[in-house]
Ligand binder design. Structure first.
Ligand code: BEZ
Ligand code: FE
Length: 303
């Protein structure tokens, strides 16, 4: 009869799991076990710390609902979501605009607008224009691309936080014949990630501030192209360098301009950003979104 030691237990588990018929499941679980065991050995994990970890994960699960995904928030704050995004970007068949986090405030239920429409109900003096082109990697226009935009209102809250029954500051637009998208919105504010759950407690215990810099989310799709999930980050925000979920990156930082002659709407302050899409590959058909509407995850979990 075998006796296990900290040195022999890992091989014993890998050996027992070697009957796994799905090769990708085997590869993932073998690696997960090797790294998990190495972590426990490295920190010399104590029983009370092990149970604290189990209790934490239990609280993370209890916090999940059709409106909130605490596991994704945990993944975001540990940089795992951005790691998976950057790995995914590396598999594109062509260099394209880089991915950023989908975040927990994306909703399938989003109204469609004509080009140039204002997406914010409370638009006032803070009105700004967003415009630019959607192109392929050769710089050629992608006409009729679907451009979904969502962001906080000028008070720094998403519609789902202010009034979940009303959509605000989100919309679906289409690019024109020249690949141009155009919309009006209000200047978003930076905000705290949800801090009232176990992930927020962990972030606080780590002495982290919990802030995201001001940003505008984009989801862009067109037949034959890899779906692009990204966000634009407003230059000058104090938290561009220490975004708590590691979404902000230099190539996605945008500058607001007043009097840009290229801006199609009057003399409002404007932000121009051109997005480039990679052609779709066979692998993209399996899905490339790091994130989901939380209600969709609950529906799968209930199956
Ligand atoms: C967001 O951008 O909406 C977001 C992303 C990750 C965690 C929390 C919020
Ligand atoms: Fe966001």
């Amino acid at each position: 009869m075998r006796e296990f030691t900290p040195e022999t237990i890992t091989e014993a588990v890998l050996d027992q799991m070697s009957t796994t018929s799905d090769p990708r499941l085997r590869e993932i679980m073998d690696s997960a076990v090797r790294h998990l065991h190495a972590f426990a050995r490295e920190v010399n994990l104590k029983p009370h710390e092990w149970i604290a970890g189990i209790e934490f994960m239990t609280r993370v699960g209890q916090m999940c609902s059709p409106a909130r995904q605490e596991f994704i928030l945990l993944s975001d704050t540990l940089g795992l979501s951005t790691l998976v995004n950057t790995l995914h970007d590396g598999t594109a068949v062509e260099e394209a605009t880089h991915t950023s986090l989908l975040g927990p405030f994306f909703r399938e239920n989003t109204p469609t607008f004509e080009a140039g429409a204002q997406i914010a109900r409370g638009a006032g003096q803070e009105e700004i224009v967003l415009f630019g082109r959607v192109t392929n990697s050769a710089g050629e226009a992608v006409p009729h691309a679907k451009v979904t935009v969502w962001q906080t209102a000028a008070d720094g809250r998403y519609d789902l936080q202010a009034n979940p029954d009303e959509t605000d500051c989100r919309g679906i637009f289409s690019t024109d014949q020249n690949g141009v998208y155009l919309l009006r919105t209000v200047r978003p504010l930076g905000y705290y990630i949800p801090m009232d759950g176990p992930v927020g407690q962990l972030v606080s215990a780590q002495g982290r501030h919990g802030m995201r810099p001001a940003h505008i989310h984009f989801l862009i799709s067109a037949p034959g192209f890899r779906e692009l999930v990204t966000a634009l980050y407003l230059a000058g925000d104090a938290h561009l360098e220490d975004d708590v979920v590691f979404g902000a990156s230099g190539d996605l930082v945008v500058h607001e301009r007043t009097g840009d002659p290229a801006c199609p709407i009057g003399d409002l302050p404007s932000i121009r950003f051109d997005f480039s899409l990679s052609r779709e590959s066979e692998a993209d058909r399996l899905g490339g979104r790091v994130g989901a509407d939380p209600s969709a995850i609950m529906a799968v979990a209930a199956e």
